[in-house]
Design a protein around this ligand. Sequence first.
Ligand code: NIG
Ligand code: FE
Length: 400
Amino acid sequence: MSSLLVDGIGELVTNEPGGESGPLGIRRDVALLVEDGRVAWVGPSRDAPAADRRLDAQGAAVLPGFVDSHAHLVFAGDRAAEFAARMAGQPYTGGGIRTTVGATRAAGDDELRATVRRLRDEALRQGTTTMEIKSGYGLTVTDEARSLRIAAEVSEETTFLGAHVVPAEYADRPDDYVGLVCGPMLAAAAPHARWIDVFCERGAFDVDHARAILACGQAVGLGVRVHANQLGPGPGVQLGVELGAASVDHCTHLTDADVDALASSRYDCMCADSLHTTTVATLLPGAEFSTRSPYPDARRLLDAGVTVALATDCNPGSSYTSSMPFCVALAVREMRMTPAEAVWAATAGGARALRRDDIGRLGVGARADLIVLDAPSHLHLAYRPGVPLIRQVLRNGVLQ
Ligand code: NIG
Ligand code: FE
């Protein structure tokens, strides 16, 4: 059993009860012991136990690794020209998804695998130690199954998104496509997936189709997440709450009834700040940035008591960024989150959106997924946007 002592920590963000800055649970003058990939001890530096190795943080801030709970990494090609057209005034409609579906179907496994790994590594260098990965650019039984198989090679958090859009060959018979998704496609996908997701939006899947697909996934043991209320108001958020979804994602256009529905899923989770919502609102500011859309109002959700997560939505269409620090900075500047709220949402919030209690925090028993910043405080993540502030990353206690 090998041990590693992390000391010289300027500020330790634990996301555990006690400590400063509310739910961030900041502690100072502490050291952290890693044994067998887990946090084995956190306590005053002067009491630090002996260890086989030592990592001196040299006064820097140490945080839990980012938990990116929403990403679409299995695709081929890019849509830079579509981005340029948007910046010249074209709206984003989601129609470009079919372009990526064509490129993805035509790609070999190795090409898809290389893209997934390149983006996963890019994210890791920016402090992401857990990344959810969705399918959704295959939209045939074989292409969805292989997308998930490739995703599962690098992440345990994989999501079946066969209901991303209705593919062109089913354009005039969407009911048949829903039958395919719920039948053979789900059967082929489920062994490689933990979650099921539907893009519930005008132009994608209506609420009845979305409910039917999510219920089929639940029936075979998949957890529910929903792409909801991205392009306009709609039924997705309330459908997610109705089905007990772990997360509803985007939440750009919310009515008071949507916020009330999310807030009503509050329960006492006996954790740091004790009240959370069963359904997390996962906000994806990279998508609003890249589609030049109004940002979701995180303040309204937080003030209503809704648990908020931040994620990248990394995909070639609406948000081609793998950077959680960028999302934290956007959330603070554009969505009225405090730096502490944004850092919590990008770590513990993502963990809650994935129903995980072993990540997104640095307390005894948690996975030793942590980042050492090139800065003395978590505040610098939003204060110094665009600057590479991730100095070191440990995943399962191993320096990456
Ligand atoms: O989350 N909105 C649906 N899906 C993705 C975008 C996919 C694409 O444009 O390729 C999203 O934004
Ligand atoms: Fe998405």
